[in-house]
Design a protein around this ligand. Structure first.
Ligand SMILES: O=P(O)(O)OC[C@H]1O[C@H](O)[C@H](O)[C@@H](O)[C@@H]1O
Length: 328
C-alpha cells in the first residue's frame, strides 16, 4: 500500500468496518502469520506446517522453540508444534511405514498455504465487534513430497491442517483423506512443546488412573500397559509416555504450574496423549536443542492417534484435533 502522509483524516480508517485480523506472508514465502485485532498472534512455517509461535494479547509466548531449531527446511523443527504423520516414532514391524523416518514426512515437507477465514464477534457493541478468530488452512498431497518420501510411502492422500487462533486459545485440526483406490493406515500426532517457567513446579492432571506405555522403562513384566496413579503427573527426570486417558478425548488434560492452571487441552478423535521431556542428558545429546537447560522451560503434551492404526478405505476421510486454552 502507498503511504500518504497527507491522507485526509476521514480516510484514516474505513468507516463502519470492524477491526480485522491481519495476515502476513513473509517475503520469501516461507511463513504465514496472523494477528487478531486484540493482539493475539500465531506464526506458521510452511515447512512442516509447523506452528513456531503463539502469543497472547500481551505478547507472552506460549510455545517453546529451541534457539538452535532449524527453520530453513533442513531438519524438522525442534519446538513449536511439529505435525506427526503417517507414523509416530518408527514402525519397523509395520511394512507400509517401515521405510519412513521417525515421525513420518509431514513435519519435513513443504506445505501449501490454502488461505485464511475469519469469524466475527457476535457482540453488537461497535467497540468490541471485529474478528474473533482467524483460521489458517494448509494442504499436503503427494505432489508436495520429495521423490524419496513418495517412494517410501506411495499412497494417494490429501491432508488439510487448520490452525485457528482465537482470543482464548488455539485449535489445530487435521483432515486426512484417502484419494487412492488402495486402503492405507496411518498414525498422527500434534507434538506441542508448551513453554513453562520451571518444570519442577509443573503438574499434569487428566491422566490419572490411565493406562500408558513407558518408552523409558520399556514394557512391563506382564507385557500389559502400566497404570498411572490417581495423583497428577509431575516430572523429575526424563519422561516419554504414551497415555490413553481414562476420561476419553473430551476430558481435559490440564498443565499446571505452581498449582495454577496454565493450559487446558481437549481432544477430538485423538485417543492418546504423549508426555515427553528429554531432561538433561538427552537435551545435551540433541544438536538442535538450545539452550541446553531449556528442558526446564518446556513440556511436550502431544495429542495423537498413535496406538494401533487408523485405516482409510478408498475415498474415506478422518478428522481429529485439539483445542488448547491458555490461562493468563
Ligand atoms: O527428536 P524427535 O524425532 O523430534 O522426537 C522427539 C520425541 O517425540 C515424541 O515425544 C516421542 O515420544 C519421543 O520418543 C521422541 O524422542
Amino acid at each position: 500500500m502507498v503511504d500518504r502522509p497527507k491522507k485526509p483524516s476521514a480516510l484514516a480508517t474505513t468507516p463502519g468496518l470492524p477491526p480485522q485480523a491481519q495476515l502476513n506472508i513473509s517475503h520469501d514465502n516461507s511463513r504465514v502469520s496472523a494477528v487478531l485485532p486484540t493482539g493475539e498472534s500465531v506464526e506458521v512455517l510452511l515447512f512442516g506446517a509447523t506452528i513456531i509461535s503463539w502469543k497472547d494479547a500481551k505478547g507472552n509466548e506460549k510455545l517453546w522453540l529451541s534457539e538452535a531449531a532449524k527453520l530453513d527446511g533442513t531438519k524438522a523443527v525442534r519446538g513449536g508444534v511439529p505435525l506427526v504423520f503417517p507414523v509416530f516414532g518408527t514402525a519397523p514391524d509395520h511394512a507400509a511405514t517401515a521405510k519412513l523416518p521417525q515421525h513420518g514426512f509431514a513435519r519435513s515437507s513443504r506445505w501449501e498455504f490454502l488461505g485464511k477465514s475469519t469469524s466475527e464477534s457476535s457482540t453488537l457493541s461497535a467497540t468490541s465487534a471485529g474478528d474473533d478468530s482467524v483460521k489458517l488452512d494448509f494442504g499436503l498431497s503427494p505432489s508436495n513430497l520429495t521423490e524419496e518420501s513418495k517412494k517410501a510411502w506411495p499412497y494417494k492422500f490429501g491432508l488439510i491442517y487448520s490452525v485457528t487462533l482465537g482470543k482464548e486459545g488455539l485449535t489445530t485440526s487435521l483432515v486426512v483423506q484417502n484419494d487412492g483406490e488402495q486402503a492405507w493406515e496411518f498414525q498422527t500426532l500434534m507434538h506441542t512443546y508448551f513453554r513453562v517457567k520451571d518444570i519442577s513446579t509443573v503438574s499434569i492432571t487428566g491422566l490419572e488412573s490411565s493406562p500408558y506405555l513407558d518408552k523409558v522403562l520399556g514394557p512391563s513384566s506382564t507385557g500389559e500397559p502400566y497404570t498411572s496413579p490417581s495423583a497428577a503427573v509431575s516430572l523429575s527426570s526424563k519422561v516419554d509416555r504414551v497415555y490413553t486417558p481414562a476420561g476419553g478425548p473430551e476430558a481435559a488434560v490440564i498443565i499446571k504450574e505452581g498449582g495454577k492452571k496454565k493450559f487446558g487441552i481437549v481432544r477430538d478423535n485423538m485417543n492418546e496423549v504423549v508426555v515427553w521431556n528429554p531432561w538433561k542428558d538427552d537435551a545435551q545429546g540433541m544438536g538442535d536443542f538450545a539452550p541446553k537447560d531449556g528442558y526446564k522451560e518446556m513440556i511436550c503434551v502431544e495429542a495423537g492417534a498413535v496406538k494401533g492404526w487408523q485405516k482409510l478405505e478408498q475415498g474415506e476421510t478422518w478428522e481429529g484435533g485439539q483445542v488448547i486454552m491458555a490461562a493468563n
